[in-house]
Design a binder for this molecule. Structure first.
Ligand code: 13P
Length: 343
C-alpha cells in the first residue's frame, strides 16, 4: 500500500473547478434511463452512449474522473482503444463501481444492505489492470416509519469500511457512498438526523478498519426534504443544513466530499452545490459526482440518434461547466442560457 498514490489521485479528483461523472449505471438502471427516450438498451447502444460522453471535447476542464460499470471498463471506442484508455488520454481518471447492489436486509423488512465483498480483492486487482484508479460502493438508507434501524446503518457502514480497506490495499481510492434516499414525505430535519447518524457510523467503522482518510473520498446525499414533503427548502437552507452535519461528522483529513444528485433536477443539483461553496472556506473540497443531474439533458438531446451527437455533447459540456462554476460558488441561473462551444 502506497498512501501517496491514493492521496495524489484523491486530490486530482477534487481539483478546483472539477468533479466526477457517475456513468456506472448497471445494465438494469441504464435500461430504465434509455426507456425514457424509447431507446433499446443493447451492448452497442450502451457503448456508443458512453463513448459520446467520454469523448466530449473540453469536458476534462470540469470532469476529473468518471465512474464506469463492469461492462463499460471492458468496452472499446471507435478508435480501437479501451474506454478507460480514452478517458485517461484526455486527462479524466477512470473509476469503477464495485458493489453488487443493495439486497434485502434479513430480519429488517423494507431495509437494504449492499453486497459484493466476496471476491472483491481479486476483482479490484483486475479492475486496476483495466485502468481503474478509484472505486465506488453505494449503500442505500431509506427513511420511513420506524426506519432506518440501527442494524441497517451499522451493517452498511461495516460493509463500506471493509470495501474501503480492500481498495486501499490495492492503491485504489475508495469512494464511500452512504446514500440517504430523498423519496418519501419526511422533512429536512429528519434527513439531517439520519444523514448525521449514518456518517458518524461510517467514519467510526472506517477508523476501526484502518482506512486512511487522506486517500479516500465521501459521496453523501445533500440534506434535503423528502420529494413528497409539503415543505420544500431553498438552496441556502439546504446548504446550511448539509454543511452543519458534515462539520460534525466528517474529519478534516478527508480531501473531498463529492455529492450524488439523487433525483434532484440538474439545475437544483447545481444550485445546491453552489450555495454550499458560497458559504466560504470548508475543511474539505465540496464537489459533485452526479449521474442523472449530468446526464438527463444529454439523453433528452441525443435520443439515440447519431445526428444529435454533437448537440448532446454540447448539453453535457454545458452542465459540466455549470457545475464547475458551482465548485467556486459563482454559478448564476443566467448561466443556464450561456452557449458553450466544443471547438
Ligand atoms: P445520481 O447523481 O443520479 O444520484 O447518481 C450518482 C450515483 O452514482 C449514485 O450511486
Amino acid at each position: 500500500m502506497d498512501i501517496s498514490i491514493m492521496e495524489t489521485t484523491a486530490q486530482a479528483i477534487v481539483a478546483p473547478g472539477k468533479g466526477i461523472l457517475a456513468a456506472d449505471e448497471s445494465t438494469g438502471t441504464i435500461k430504465k434511463r434509455f426507456d425514457t427516450i424509447n431507446l433499446a438498451s443493447t451492448e452497442e447502444t450502451r457503448r456508443s452512449y458512453r463513448e459520446l460522453l467520454f469523448t466530449t471535447p473540453k469536458v476534462e476542464k470540469y470532469v476529473s474522473g468518471v465512474i464506469l460499470y463492469d461492462e463499460t471498463i471492458r468496452q472499446k471506442g471507435s478508435n480501437g482503444k479501451t474506454l478507460p484508455q480514452i478517458l485517461a488520454d484526455s486527462g479524466q481518471i477512470p473509476g469503477i463501481k464495485v458493489d453488487k447492489g443493495a439486497k434485502s436486509l434479513a430480519g429488517h423488512p423494507g431495509e437494504l444492505v449492499t453486497e459484493g465483498l466476496d471476491g472483491l480483492r481479486e476483482r479490484l486487482a483486475e479492475y486496476k489492470e483495466l485502468g481503474a484508479r478509484f472505486a465506488k460502493w453505494r449503500a442505500v438508507i431509506d427513511i420511513g416509519p420506524g426506519i432506518p434501524t440501527r442494524a441497517c446503518i451499522q451493517s452498511n457502514a461495516h460493509a463500506l469500511a471493509r470495501y474501503a480497506a480492500l481498495c486501499q490495499e490495492a492503491d485504489i481510492v475508495p469512494i464511500v457512498e452512504p446514500e440517504v434516499l430523498m423519496d418519501g414525505g419526511h422533512d429536512i430535519a429528519a434527513c439531517a438526523e439520519v444523514t448525521e447518524a449514518a456518517l458518524r457510523a461510517v467514519f467510526a467503522e472506517l477508523y476501526e478498519a484502518g482506512v486512511i482518510l487522506e486517500g479516500a473520498l465521501l459521496k453523501p446525499n445533500m440534506v434535503l426534504p423528502g420529494k413528497k414533503s409539503p415543505k420544500q427548502a431553498s438552496p441556502e437552507e439546504i446548504a446550511e443544513a448539509t454543511v452543519r452535519i458534515l462539520r460534525r461528522a466528517v474529519p478534516a483529513a478527508l480531501p473531498g466530499i463529492v455529492f450524488l444528485s439523487g433525483g434532484q433536477t440538474p439545475q437544483q443539483a447545481t444550485e445546491n452545490l453552489n450555495a454550499m461553496n458560497a458559504l466560504g472556506d470548508h475543511p474539505w473540497e465540496l464537489s459533485f459526482s452526479y449521474g442523472r443531474a449530468l446526464q438527463e439533458p444529454v439523453l433528452k438531446t441525443w435520443l439515440g440518434q447519431a445526428d444529435n451527437a454533437e448537440a448532446a455533447q454540447r448539453a453535457y459540456l454545458h452542465r459540466a461547466f455549470c457545475n464547475g462554476e458551482a465548485r467556486y460558488g459563482r454559478y448564476t441561473p443566467a448561466m443556464e442560457d450561456q452557449q458553450v462551444s466544443l471547438a
